[in-house]
Design a binder for this molecule. Structure first.
Ligand code: DGY
Length: 325
C-alpha cells in the first residue's frame, strides 16, 4: 500500500508531482487556513504531513496519526511547529531553507527603496490625476548611497540583503546577532559587528532577519524604536511578532522614525489599529518569497523531505536531528 500524505493547502505542482509518484496524496480542497479540527481530521491515518506556516502544529496535530513519520513545513521559518513535541514523538520536522534567500532579500530591498522613495504614495498621487507638473519639493525621500544599513540577524537572508545594499547601493553595513558571523562578513565585504543598541542608534535603515523565538519576541519595541534616528526606516521580512506593532504605529504617528516597510505582521492577517492609515509605511501581505521559481522550489524541497522520511532516511532539511541520536 502506498504511504498516505496530507497537504494542508494547494501548493505549486512540482512537489505534488514528485509525491504522487509513490504516495497517496490528499490535498485540502479548502482554499484557506484549516481549523485545528480540520487539520487533525486531515492528518488522521496519514504517514506524512506537508504543512504551511499558517498551520499551528502542536501535540494534538502530531498525535492525530499514530503513523505520522514526518512533518515537512512549506517555509523556512518554523515557529508554527512545536519542535519539542515532535522530537518527543520522534517525528522528524523539516523546512525549506536556501531557495527563498534571494527572493526574500529582493523583497526586503524593494520595501526599503519603496518606503524611502515613497513609491506607493506617489503612485496613488499620479494615478489620481494630481500630478500637475514637476515640483522641486514633491515627494522628497531618503537616500541610500553612503548611508548605513543595520541588519538584525546575520543569517542567509540578512547577509543577502546586506550584500545587495553594500555592493549595489554603496551602503555601509552594521550587523548584530547572537555571535559574529565570518560568513556574513565575507559575503558583504565590509561589515561591522556590533550590539543591537548600536545598530539601532547608528543606522539609517534597519532590516530585521531573525527567526521568531521567545528571545526575539518584541525584540523591537518602544525602547528600541526610541533609539532609532528620526530619519531612519525599519524593514521587516522575518516574522511579525519580532516587532511590537502597536509600539511601531505609535512611533510612526509621532514621527519618531521616518517610515517602515513591512511584509509580516504581529497578528496576521490582521494589522495593528492605525497601521494601514499611515502614509509613511509600505505594506505587503507576507509575499517576500512569492516568486514563481521560489515557491516551486519550496514545493520540491518539502516533497523531497517527505519522501526521504518515508523511506526511513533523514530528511535533507531536518530541524530536529536529536531524534536520531
Ligand atoms: C518563510 O518561508 O518562512 C517565509 O516567511 C515565507 O514567505
Amino acid at each position: 500500500m502506498k504511504p498516505k500524505v496530507f497537504v494542508s493547502r494547494a501548493i505549486p505542482e512540482e512537489g505534488i508531482k514528485l509525491l504522487k509518484k509513490s504516495c497517496d496524496v490528499t490535498i485540502s480542497k479548502k482554499n484557506r487556513v484549516l481549523t485545528k479540527k480540520e487539520l487533525i481530521a486531515g492528518v488522521k491515518g496519514k504517514d506524512a504531513l506537508l504543512c504551511l506556516l499558517t498551520d499551528k502544529i502542536d501535540m494534538s496535530v502530531l498525535k492525530a496519526s499514530k503513523k505520522l513519520k514526518v512533518v515537512a513545513n512549506y517555509a523556512v521559518g518554523f515557529d508554527n511547529i512545536d519542535l519539542k513535541a515532535a522530537s518527543k514523538l520522534k517525528i522528524p520536522v523539516s523546512n525549506t531553507p536556501g531557495v527563498l534567500t534571494d527572493a526574500v532579500a529582493d523583497h526586503a530591498v524593494t520595501l526599503l527603496l519603496s518606503t524611502a522613495r515613497r513609491i506607493p504614495e506617489s503612485d496613488s498621487f499620479t494615478r489620481a490625476g494630481k500630478y500637475k507638473g514637476w515640483e522641486p519639493m514633491l515627494y522628497l525621500g531618503g537616500d541610500t548611497a553612503g548611508k548605513t544599513l543595520g541588519v538584525i540577524g546575520g543569517g542567509r537572508i540578512g547577509s543577502a540583503v546586506a550584500s545587495r545594499m553594500a555592493k549595489g547601493f554603496g551602503m555601509k553595513v552594521l550587523y548584530t546577532d547572537v555571535k559574529r558571523s565570518p560568513k556574513f562578513e565575507q559575503a558583504v565585504g565590509k561589515a561591522k559587528y556590533t550590539s543591537l543598541a548600536n545598530v539601532l542608534k547608528q543606522s539609517d535603515f534597519v532590516s530585521v532577519h531573525v527567526p521568531l523565538l521567545p528571545a526575539t519576541h518584541h525584540l523591537i519595541s518602544t525602547k528600541q524604536l526610541k533609539m532609532m534616528k528620526k530619519t531612519a526606516y525599519l524593514i521587516n521580512t522575518s516574522r511579525g511578532p519580532v516587532i511590537d506593532e502597536k509600539a511601531l504605529v505609535a512611533a510612526l504617528k509621532k514621527k519618531e522614525i521616518a517610515g517602515a516597510g513591512m511584509d509580516v505582521f504581529e497578528k496576521e492577517p490582521k494589522l495593528a489599529p492605525g497601521l494601514a492609515k499611515l502614509a509613511n509605511v509600505v505594506l505587503t501581505p507576507h509575499t517576500a518569497s512569492a516568486t514563481h521559481y521560489t515557491r516551486s522550489a519550496m514545493s520540491e524541497i518539502a516533497a523531497k523531505n517527505v519522501l526521504a522520511a518515508l523511506k526511513g532516511k533523514r530528511p535533507p532539511q531536518l530541524l530536529n536531528p536529536e531524534i536520531y541520536e
